[in-house]
Design a protein around this ligand. Structure first.
Ligand code: PLZ
Length: 452
């Protein structure tokens, strides 16, 4: 049984979809509701959803549902379709590769596209040293492997992750992730030798970068000891934790301490990577050269692919056969990645991210001048968060952020929340969104704020 009947034409995705917000039914409409009913019966409750629609096509800055509604996309599937959904170059590359071969397993019979993606990542990631790259399927898998590599290289076991950090949902990455609900609660025991340190959260801790780094380093030295520490892993801008931009000087100070003590510094750029922040990688904004960088999400235009890239001597620590997996660096995903990376460069998408960010910040800061519930507008490029607070106490207002997102979605704008306290609205639009659609989406979000 299909949701689409014979009288309906299914639009093709990509930039040629009409770039408009169009509501022809309530959200969810009847066809979407039918899918959600089937989902409830067939898929476990643990797998939630934010937007109650049955998606049938997407591209540019819209997602179209089975009822013919066209929603403005300010989330890009959590920072994945950064080049735009169904990007023509990506579609062509995927179609050509799947017709050639879908899989040989890179560990069995290697192929060029994997090597070419590795070469690209070695070239594009920050760090003026010789690099190597291994490919995997998801962000969490990349993080797991970065930790494996760091432990093998150092011969040490302890790993430091941070307050408000997010690194995935597998056992080791749950241990690295800070927030219990919904990510960890009831799913323990968690992997050992993972320690949590305070990071930098200028809006809430009021510390300079140097002060916050001193706190981090003191905790590590007192509670773990540098000699036991394999790696420190941090998101240059914490994503799920609330789009937290560390204070100036914080990351360089932590990197410097790691260098001095032989600790591997891992930047988790799964969410910040690939033009999202206005640079190819967010580490560039902070002037740091991580030893290892994990990537996923925006790497392949929506195809599942992830990477660990870093110093050749660290990456080479593992014995042959120690790293891999059946699907890691799948040829179709690699073909998509090569096309996606070309699109970032040819379309100057890092510059486009800066422009989009200017609009987002200007509109939100203007609203903040008359609405004290906006505690802070922050972020870099097209990765902008708005933290909502109780104006009287400064306490996080998660209910307000949730109400705004819910109302915006009902009016046909996909907007996501984040934050340890759930009180941050985050904007992660595809960089293919046009200005008119972006402004219309923000009109709806600000209207929802005013009405809440
Ligand atoms: N590291 C920094 O942001 C994924 C997941 C949301 P996977 N973030 C969105 C959710 O509810 O599952 C993420 C990330 C950072 C690692 C990951 C994990 O990437 O591809 O989801 O495994």
């Amino acid at each position: 049984m299909s949701l689409i009947d014979a009288t309906q034409t299914i639009p093709l995705g990509g930039p040629s979809l009409p770039q408009e917000r169009r509501l022809v039914t309530a959200i969810p409409g009847p066809r979407s509701q039918e899918l959600l009913d089937r989902k409830a019966a067939a898929v476990p409750a643990g797998v939630g959803h934010t937007v109650p629609v049955a998606a049938v096509a997407a591209g540019g800055g819209v997602v179209v549902d089975a009822d013919g509604n066209s929603l403005i996309d300010l989330g890009a599937g959590i920072a994945v379709t950064t080049v735009g959904n169904a990007h023509p170059k990506v579609v062509a590359a995927v179609q050509a590769q799947i017709a050639q071969f879908a899989h040989t397993c890179f560990m069995i019979a290697p192929y060029e596209s994997y090597v070419a993606v590795a070469e690209k990542l070695n070239e594009l990631t920050p760090g003026s040293f010789t690099k190597k790259t291994a490919l995997f399927n998801s962000g969490a898998e990349a993080v797991e492997n970065a930790i494996k590599i760091a432990r093998k290289h150092t011969g040490r076991q302890a790993v430091v992750a941070f307050d408000h950090g997010y690194h995935g949902r597998t056992n080791l990455t749950m241990a690295l992730t800070a927030k219990a609900m919904p990510y960890k609660s009831g799913f323990g025991p968690f992997a050992p030798e993972v320690y949590r340190a305070p990071a930098s959260y200028p809006f809430r801790d009021g510390l300079t970068g140097a002060e916050a780094a001193a706190k981090t380093i003191s905790m590590i030295e007192k509670q773990i000891g540098a000699d036991n520490l394999a790696a420190v892993i941090i998101e240059p801008i914490q994503g799920e934790g609330g789009f937290i931009v560390p204070a100036d000087g914080y990351l360089p100070a932590v990197v410097e301490w790691c260098r001095a003590h032989g600790v591997v510094f891992i930047a988790d750029e799964v969410q910040t990577g690939f033009a999202r922040t206005g640079a190819m990688f967010a580490s560039e904004h902070f002037g740091i050269e991580p030893d290892l960088i994990t990537t996923a999400k925006g790497i392949a235009g929506g195809m599942p692919l992830a990477g660990v890239t870093g110093r050749a001597e660290i990456m080479d620590a593992s014995h042959t056969g120690g790293l891999g997996g059946t699907y890691g660096g799948n040829p179709v995903a690699c073909a998509a990645a090569l096309a996606t990376i070309e699109a970032y460069q040819e379309e100057n998408l890092a510059e486009r991210a800066v422009e989009i960010g200017r609009t987002l910040v200007a509109r939100m800061q203007e609203a903040a001048t008359s609405d004290p519930r906006i505690g802070e507008v922050r972020g870099l490029g097209a990765m902008i968060g708005v933290e909502f607070v109780d104006p009287a106490t400064g306490a996080p207002d998660g209910a307000l952020a949730g109400a705004i997102a819910k109302q915006a979605i009902a009016e046909g704008v996909i907007v996501l929340t984040c934050g340890t306290y759930g009180n941050v609205i985050r904007f992660l639009p595809p960089l293919s969104i046009d200005d008119a659609l972006l402004h219309e989406g923000l009109d709806v979000v600000l209207g929802a704020l005013a009405a809440s």
